[in-house]
Design a protein around this ligand. Sequence first.
Ligand SMILES: NC(=O)c1ccc[n+]([C@@H]2O[C@H](COP(=O)([O-])OP(=O)(O)OC[C@H]3O[C@@H](n4cnc5c(N)ncnc54)[C@H](OP(=O)(O)O)[C@@H]3O)[C@@H](O)[C@H]2O)c1
Length: 334
Amino acid sequence: MRAVVASRPGGPEVLEVTRRAVPQPGAGEALVRVVAAGVNRADLMQRAGTYPGTAADPILGLEVSGVVVATGADVPDDLIGREVCALLPGGGYAEYVAVRATHLAPVPAPVSTVDAGGLMEAAATVWSNLFMPKPPEPGSWMLVHGGASGIGSLAVQLAVAYGVRVATTVGSPEKAVFAEKLGAQVVIDHRRQDFAEELLDRGIRPATVLDIIGADYLERNLKVLGRGGRLVIIGHQSGSSPQIDLTRLLLGNLTVTGSGLRMRPDHEKDQIIDDLVRNAWPLYERGAVVPTTHAAFPFERAAEAHLLLERSHHRGKVLLLADPDLPPTPDRYA
Ligand SMILES: NC(=O)c1ccc[n+]([C@@H]2O[C@H](COP(=O)([O-])OP(=O)(O)OC[C@H]3O[C@@H](n4cnc5c(N)ncnc54)[C@H](OP(=O)(O)O)[C@@H]3O)[C@@H](O)[C@H]2O)c1
């Protein structure tokens, strides 16, 4: 099969399409013929050799969509032929991938199989951090940093679908328009405005902050949170060793938490996916949440896909297509 690997640590140019043996599904696994694979920021770090810890699979890719073509022992063969999306520890940028069967989900009805390639990583991350064990209160405010990112574009929509009021940060006027279309009520251009000043001026004290920036935003995130608020840190693009004034936690009765989906044990991912399919998939089915595919590239153009994400010129999700004859997805959010 064709698969995309990083030939050595480096820039997007080190990505290459190689030939690998088709994996065989082991016990508890299903073999998926891949239609589309989501591109995530973690893939960029893995390619550059800066991903913390060891990445298990030299083939990149944390999520795919496709069709089940074979099953291993202990997996019912009536799965064969089903269209699925899958959460992976790696191996998604390939024509076939063997997946733990409990990490598969059906493609929600109105979502195309191509778009479904970008669902699982963001959905499982956002859902597990913000909606489990219980969703935020309707009417409360949530601050989502990077509202035009793969993660942020879903967090905004899910929060809005639950009646939560969303403020978000973005880095350009085009991204501001995109975030507004997704339902954000307050959109702050972080290149021109200070998000904490903007929120405090408007009297907005979020109950929840979803952060992907880390060190540079910690103090301001704690400053804006309302009493009893919760800061959820899932990324630290600006650094991971900030100074923190613990007084703020005590005065505000605040909670700071975070998690890394990829390193969570399989049984936790089983629970997340089960909860996601029961509670979030109906939102896709009734159109309250829509996929945000910005662009899709064939495997041979994986470097362009990585460059797009690296330069942050995208809005929503970027995909790779296993079949080079599939037409690229139009930029429907331009
Ligand atoms: N912990 C987990 O389990 C987990 C899982 C998945 C992803 N993540 C993390 O979540 C983040 C988003 O991932 P992704 O795959 O969705 O990547 P992505 O689409 O490339 O998003 C990165 C976003 O960061 C935004 N950004 C950069 N500097 C910013 C700033 N100063 N203020 C606000 N936003 C800023 C960019 O927006 P602008 O260009 O508009 O500035 C861009 O939209 C990454 O940090 C990733 O590592 C964590």
